[in-house]
Design a protein around this ligand. Structure first.
Ligand code: 2YJ
Length: 283
């Protein structure tokens, strides 16, 4: 699992208005809009709820410790989509107590293995990996004009790839999964086929899978696996993985049909997901 570094998110979170313009150009929706689509909630209906809640961000010092600016970045994203948010002055369990004492409705907190949003009133937890996968699947759907009935390749079969594949199937895509470990892709394909009563293909060779897919989710941490030869004018790539897997030339060639950020879509979708208790209606 990739551990984010301050440089991964510092610049893009510092300018969320520019981020929103670019996302809107590509998908037709702002950050909050894509998050609402990912959670199948109506943005107009959820807006008053977002404005009414307070998000407490709690630093975690265990394991590899605090990442400089990480909690502030989460606060900035929460505020950008309309919430009130604060970072606790204390960390770990003391921070959790502080967050509740200061009236937080949702806690955001991450250690080295998990990153969760916890909605106190409903006891609902939303995992960043699942929310991120879902958000990028919806981002691909919006950016490409729809995945229904089309072949989509998911690279990386960890929790983010699983979240993406589940959403793609729900959107009507024909999903193929690839992982550097064949056993892992076979297991995910079998699980998805059982859960959704659908056929999910396993790609054995990445090169041929990339050559025959124009719709791609890259949920792996591998670098430089997607090259210019894999990019056609109809190729759309949505990348929840950090770092992204495109070579610099491939990214430039694909820049208008490429979705990637270090935190934003995942965090916004976690918050929308934590609030969807009473608000389900189609976006
Ligand atoms: O509070 C802090 O600043 C740190 N404890 C944050 C740690 C962030 N955790 C990670 O980057 C892990 N790799 C988990 C991320 C899960 C994303 N799906």
């Amino acid at each position: 699992m990739t551990r984010l570094k301050t440089d991964d998110f510092k610049n893009s979170v510092a300018n969320l208005d520019a981020y929103d313009s670019e996302l809107t150009n590509k998908t037709g929706y702002s950050l909050r809009g894509v998050a609402c689509c990912a959670e199948d909630v109506n943005e107009v209906e959820i807006l008053p709820l977002l404005r009414n809640i307070s998000v407490g961000v709690v630093p975690v010092t265990s394991g590899k410790g605090v990442i400089g600016g990480f909690c502030e970045a989460l606060k900035t994203i929460a505020c950008h989509i309309g919430c009130r948010a604060f970072v606790t002055q204390t960390s770990d369990l003391s921070g959790l107590v502080e967050a509740f004492e200061k009236g937080a409705d949702i806690i955001l907190s991450a250690d080295d293995d998990r990153f969760i949003a916890f909605h106190a009133q409903s006891r609902r937890t939303v995992d960043n990996a699942t929310a991120t996968g879902k958000a990028y699947a919806v981002g691909l759907d919006l950016m490409s004009g729809g995945v229904k009935g089309l072949d989509v390749l998911v690279i990386g079969c960890g929790p983010v790839g699983r979240g993406a594949a589940e959403k793609l199937i729900a959107l009507g895509a024909q999903v193929s999964v690839y992982d550097i470990e064949n056993d892992i892709s076979n297991r995910l394909a079998d699980d998805l086929a059982d859960s959704f009563d659908t056929k999910v293909l396993t790609a054995i060779k990445l090169e041929s899978a990339l050559t025959c897919h124009k719709l791609i989710i890259d949920a792996s941490p591998a670098q430089n696996i997607i090259q210019t030869r894999h990019i056609t004018p109809d190729t759309y790539i949505s990348v929840p993985g950090v770092p992204h897997g495109l070579s610099e030339e491939a990214r430039l060639k694909n820049s208008n049909r490429f979705l990637h950020d270090p935190l934003q879509l995942g965090v916004a979708t976690m918050l929308a997901g934590a609030l969807t208790i009473d608000t389900k209606s189609v976006c």
